[in-house]
Write a protein that binds this ligand. Structure first.
Ligand SMILES: Cc1cc2nc3c(=O)[nH]c(=O)nc-3n(C[C@H](O)[C@H](O)[C@H](O)COP(=O)(O)OP(=O)(O)OC[C@H]3O[C@@H](n4cnc5c(N)ncnc54)[C@H](O)[C@@H]3O)c2cc1C
Length: 290
């Protein structure tokens, strides 16, 4: 029997018209008592302000533990530090430190002239400013900026050397891809936790589009399973739960101890996945269902 893993969830700040539903989602997900609920970050005025508002309100909410994503994009070191300091002062101690992408899709990353050069520098700054825990990104499948050979692991090692506590992976659909990556990380002498990012297939067409853009491969069996269910929401939901559950079981069986679910602000799938994996007690599930 494997140990209960650490489970965390990711949400994104809602558009104004989805705000009310978002806070219900936060309450339902918090009822499952995840280690933390991380909030994605968008560089630039209104996206940044939305993350800021959501994080501060979450911090006030009993039973919700927020974690703040932060990127290096479009801001000087001083601006990034000011924002991070204000979150730390508000009681947010967990950060997910990311280099980020340019606002125009496909543009090569160029640091702000006075900004942090990448995730390692940002991690080092967050620790210096008093962040308690810093997670960073990791890529089992080649990131578009992968430079070949072991360069991705050399780069990951720099992020840990800068103070990162663990890494959360980009999602993959094949357990073997995650496990091979974990073996490479271990063989490179990195012994920090690698947390598996889980993307439930909430809508196959949308997930495959999104995967194409971020470099995650979509196996033929996934398409064969979900494409015929496009007009059958209940069957699609069941298949999405089963697919995520069997992926997580396989990883748990191989000793993976941390899972981070990209909820996409859809609580139902996450709740049912946690139920079937035995990651939430009946009392928590009743509360999350309300
Ligand atoms: C868990 C998670 C959460 C995320 N949340 C957000 C979010 O909230 N907002 C957002 O905008 N984006 C988010 N992203 C996306 C992320 O910003 C992009 O994937 C971005 O392109 C890479 O950021 P990073 O910090 O992971 O990059 P890095 O790990 O720094 O770089 C990505 C890859 O590029 C290569 N590379 C880069 N620099 C070097 C170097 N100096 N030497 C060698 N190789 C190098 C490596 O292969 C590396 O794995 C998230 C990604 C993950 C995995």
């Amino acid at each position: 029997m494997s140990r209960m893993p650490q489970v965390s969830f990711e949400v994104f700040p809602p558009a104004p018209k989805a705000e009310e539903r978002f806070w219900t989602t936060v309450s339902r997900l918090s009822a499952l008592q995840p280690a933390y609920l991380s909030v994605t970050y968008g560089a630039g005025g209104s996206a940044r302000d939305r993350s800021d508002r959501v994080l501060r309100r979450m911090r006030q909410q009993r039973g919700t533990v927020p974690a703040a994503h932060l990127t290096t994009v479009g801001a000087s070191r001083a601006e990034t530090d000011d924002l991070a300091k204000s979150w730390i002062e508000a009681g947010i101690s967990h950060f997910v430190a990311l280099r980020g992408d340019m606002p125009e899709m496909g543009d090569a990353f160029t640091p702000h002239p006075e900004g942090y050069a990448g995730a390692a520098e940002l991690t080092e700054a967050l620790k210096r400013l008093g962040a308690g825990h810093v997670s960073v990104g990791a890529y089992p499948e080649p990131h578009p900026d992968y430079r070949g050979g072991e360069s991705d692991l050399v780069h990951l090692r720099c992020k840990f050397a800068a103070g990162a506590d663990d890494a959360i992976t980009q999602y993959v659909f094949e357990p073997e891809i995650f496990l091979r990556y974990r073996d490479r990380v271990t063989a490179a002498g990195i012994d920090a936790p690698v947390i598996a990012g889980i993307m439930p297939v909430f809508d196959f067409a949308k997930v495959s589009n999104f995967s194409r853009r971020c470099g995650a491969s979509v196996p033929a069996w996934l398409e064969a399973r979900f494409a015929p269910l496009a007009d059958q929401p209940d069957a699609h939901h069941e298949a999405a739960v089963e697919t995520a559950v069997s992926f997580c079981r396989r990883l748990q069986g191989e000793g993976v101890e941390g899972f981070h679910i990209y909820t996409l602000n859809r609580p139902e799938l996450t709740i049912d996945i946690c139920r079937d994996l035995g990651w939430a007690s009946p009392a928590k599930l009743r509360e999350a269902a309300a």
